[in-house]
Design a protein. Structure first.
Length: 397
């Protein structure tokens, strides 16, 4: 064992002549431990919420989406070589545009999404249906599935006798000031059910119809706005996307679920790491206790330092004793904090000790937990470096 480390460990774990040094060292370690425990718990809760949101999106968003890099629509024949690959289990052509919805005396702007009949196979939309079922056609009637909040706003129930009218401006021609109604295309559908993603941009304004209805409404021929894919089990998604991007070139974007909701995930990531920085700053303040503890120890051990110097120990080695002392306090604190944080996370995950409260409708009843090794490693390195830095400051000053 390094002689400086051995002496430092004896100073830390042996009785000292002044009990105040013991108390300050204990306070230093406890401060680091509490801060570390808070970091572990808070980052794990952020991970848990992100996992919950990812699960909600995964029920609705396709595994992979191909869209045009420039413009809105494209001919699906240009991606035939991708969707015909053996790795693709199923796909759906999609036409998505904004329109005006009218139901009885209510009007509201909506996003109309036209999909194939196999869209139910492509996604897990059936698992989030809260009324009716996913149907785009019933006999000769053209059906539609609406977001749950949208259905409540317009007062539209399942298989309602009154139709839902959809209006969109004609792509060609001028708007007539005399008969403006003739400048719009219209389509009639009936409600077959409603879904709940628990995300406003879907629940409040999305209506799903067959792609034939959407193409007729928006005056499309065979164009699409995107092609949604699902891969077979065991296919490497990242490798498939990389190969697809190389084959399609820069004209197309091949998006996984993360990139489809990139703004949302980026926002969550920013919030998580801002919280990490705030708690790290608090730990930094707690680390100043290490400076106080080492300063008192240096004063107490002045005679020992002189003796060690007379015995031939270099001044730098004597300084390393106190640097090791502070580092040991920091490492003990961070390890204790990680252990306590993991215990609290386990208790929360198993028993839901801290609930979301009873004052509202929540997706989960208790704060979700997802402990990630990378977060634990980052916390350990960060807090340890803060303790070592504090030790250098106290010894060099």
């Amino acid at each position: 064992m390094n002689i400086s480390l051995k002496i430092a460990s004896r100073y830390l774990f042996s009785k000292k002549s002044h009990s105040a040094i013991n108390i300050v060292s204990l306070i230093s370690a406890c401060g680091v431990a509490v801060g570390t425990m808070a970091l572990v718990c808070v980052l794990s809760v952020y991970n848990g919420f992100q996992g919950v949101i990812e699960e909600l999106f995964s029920n609705f968003d396709p595994q992979i989406r191909i869209s045009a890099s420039e413009g809105k629509r494209f001919n699906p024949d240009s991606v035939t070589k991708i969707i015909s690959k053996e790795e693709v289990e199923c796909y759906s052509f999609v036409v998505q545009e904004n329109a005006l919805l009218k139901f009885k005396d209510k009007q509201i702007p909506v996003t109309v999404k036209g999909v194939d009949e196999n869209y139910d196979t492509l996604t897990n939309i059936s698992s989030i249906m809260i009324n009716g079922s996913f149907k785009l056609k019933e006999g000769n009637f053209r059906m539609a599935v609406t977001g749950g909040a949208l259905a409540n706003m317009i007062g539209c129930g399942v298989f309602y006798a009154d139709p839902i009218m959809l209006y969109a401006p004609k792509r060609e021609g001028k708007i007539s000031t005399i008969r403006p109604d003739q400048s719009f295309r219209e389509e009639m559908v009936f409600s077959s059910g409603s879904f709940l993603v628990r995300q406003e941009k879907y629940d409040n304004s999305l209506i799903i119809v067959s792609i034939d209805v959407a193409r007729s409404l928006f005056d499309y021929e065979n164009e699409v706005t995107s092609v949604d894919l699902r891969l077979k089990n065991g296919v490497n998604e990242k490798q498939f996307i990389k190969e697809a991007e190389a084959e399609l070139g820069s004209s197309f974007a091949v998006l996984d679920r993360y990139r489809q909701q990139e703004d949302f995930y980026r926002m969550m990531s920013v919030e998580k790491w801002i919280t990490y920085l705030i708690l790290t700053f608090i730990i930094m303040i707690a680390a100043f206790n290490i400076i106080g503890s080492l300063s008192m120890l240096i004063i107490e051990k002045t005679d020992d330092a002189v003796t060690l110097g007379n015995l031939g120990m270099r001044q730098n080695d004597v300084r390393r004793i106190f640097i090791w002392e502070g580092s040991l306090i920091s490492v003990i604190g961070v390890l204790a904090g990680i252990v306590l944080g993991l215990i609290l996370c386990w208790l929360q995950a198993e028993f839901g000790l801290i609930s979301m409260g009873s004052g509202g409708s929540y997706i989960v009843n208790a704060y979700p937990i997802d402990v990630r090794f990378t977060d634990i490693l980052i916390i350990f390195i960060t807090v340890s470096l803060l303790g070592i830095a504090a030790s250098y400051i106290s010894v060099k000053s």
